[in-house]
Write a protein that binds this ligand. Sequence first.
Ligand code: MTE
Ligand code: MO
Length: 499
Amino acid sequence: MKLRLLWAWYGVLATLVGIGLAHLTAAVTDPASSPVLAVGSTVIDLTPTPMKEWAIRTFGSADKVILVGSVMVGVLLLAAVAGIIARKNLMAGSALLAGLVAVAGVAVMTRPSASVIDLLPSIVAIIAGPLSLRLLSRTHEKAETDGTRRTLLLTVSALGAAAAVGGLAGRVVTQLRARPEDIALPDPVEPAPSFPRGLDDQVPGITKFRTDVADFYRVDTRLDTPVVSSDDWTLTIDGDVDKKVTITFDELLEMPMIERDITLTCVSNSVGGPYLGSARWLGVRLTDVLDLAGIKNTKADQILSTDFDGMTISTPFDLATDGRDAMIVVGMNGEQLPRENGFPVRMLIPGLYGFISATKWLTKLTLTTYDDQKAYWTEREWATDAPIKISARIDTPKALAQIDAGDVIIGGVAWAQERDGIAKVQVRIDGAGWKDAELGPNAGENYWRQWFYKWPAESGSHRIAVRAVAGNDEAQTAVRAEPFPNGASGLHELIVNVG
Ligand SMILES: Nc1nc2c(c(=O)[nH]1)N[C@H]1C(S)=C(S)[C@@H](COP(=O)(O)O)O[C@H]1N2
Ligand SMILES: [Mo]
C-alpha cells in the first residue's frame, strides 16, 4: 500500500514537472496554449448552457478558479494512476501520461486562432512528464538495490524544484508580458457633460456612482488575460460592404472621438446580480468605422464581431445603427482599457447586453446575416435580440442582515438604458403599498441611477422589494425569468431582521 502511494506520488510529480515547464513555455510563446488552460477553455466551450448558468449562479466569479482547480485535480488523479501503473510497467504508465498531454494538445489546437507554435508547450510536457517518470523509476530501483535513498531524495527534490520554478517563472513571465502599454489617448471632439456627484458619501453601502476601472466586473470565456499589442492590432471591416478595409490603432485614434457615460450589463445576472458597471467611455462612433467600408447597400442583418482569438459576438445591425451611441472604445474613465476589459479596443453599445454588443479585444467587424453565420452564444442558443431589461437592485441593507430598529436607509441602483433612463424607483415593505424612493443625480439615459429610501424600521422580520420605472414610462416587469436566453427579470426582494 505504502509503495503504491509512493508510485502514485511519482506519477503526480512527473506530471507537475510537465505542467510547470509547459506553463513556462506557454508564458513565453502564448499563455493560452498552456495545456491546463486549454483543457479548461475547452471544458467551458463544451459545457451545456444550463450547467454553465448553474456554475455562474453557484460559484459567482470564482467559477473559473473552481473549473481550473477541478481540471487540475482530475489530471493529477490520472497522473497518480499512471504512477501506480509505472511501478509494474513503465511503458504503460508513461503512455498514460503521454495520452493525457495528447488530449491537452488537441484542446490547444482546436482553439480558433491556434498556430503550430502553440503545440510547443504540449511537446515540452509530453517529453518532460514521461522522462521524469522514467528518471524516478530508475532511481527508485537503484535505491532498492543499493539500500540507500540519497539519490532518490535528491531526484525527487530536484524535480519538485523544477516543477515549482517552471510554474512560478511562467507566472512572472505572464505578468511581465501583461504589463499595461503606455498609450496617449486623444481628446474627444464630443466630451461628455461634467459628471454629477453621486450619493456615494450620503448612503453607506450603496454602489459607487462611477465604477473604478480596477473594480469593473469581468465576464468572458477566457481563463487567461489576453495580451494584444496596440502596435500589431488592426481592425478589419468586411463581409457585405462596398470595400473591405483594415485600419491600424493609430488610424483609429485619428478618427473623431466621442465620450459617453454608459452602464454595461451582463445577461448572466440573476435578479439583483453583480455583473454590471458604469464608466465614462472614449471611442469612435461604430457607424463612422463602418462607413469606412461603405454600408449603404448592405443587406446584412447582423454585425458579427470577432476578437483576436476568433471568438465571435453577434449584434443586430438595425439596433447598432439606429442612432444610439454605439462605440468602438479605446478609453475608460480617462485611462486606456485594462487588458481584462478588452485592450486595446472593444465594442460597446448602450442598451444591449454585453454578450451581443461589447466585444473585447475586437479585431474584425463582418456585415453578414444570421442565416449565414452564427456567433459563439448564438450556437449555444442564447437570444440574438436582447435589450437590457429595466431593473433595480437593493445594495443596502444586505439580504438577511441584522439591523437596529429606527431609521434605516435602503439604497441601490436602477437602470433602463435606451429607455430614457430611470424616472422612478419605488420600494415596498412587507407587501404594503409602493412608496417613491429619492433618486440620485442623472448622468444620462444610458447610465444607472442611484436611489435611496428612508425606512422607519420596527423590530421583526421584514421583506423589502424594489421596482423601477423608465423615463419612457415603461415599468419593470415583476414576471420572473432566468438569465437564459435573453436576461433575467422579476423584482429584487430580500428579507432583513430588525431588532
Ligand atoms: N472577446 C470577448 N468579448 C466579450 C466577451 C467574451 O467572452 N469574449 N464577453 C462579453 C460579455 S458576456 C460581457 S457581459 C462583456 C463584459 O465586459 P467586461 O468583462 O469588460 O465587464 O463583454 C463581452 N465581450
Ligand atoms: Mo455577459
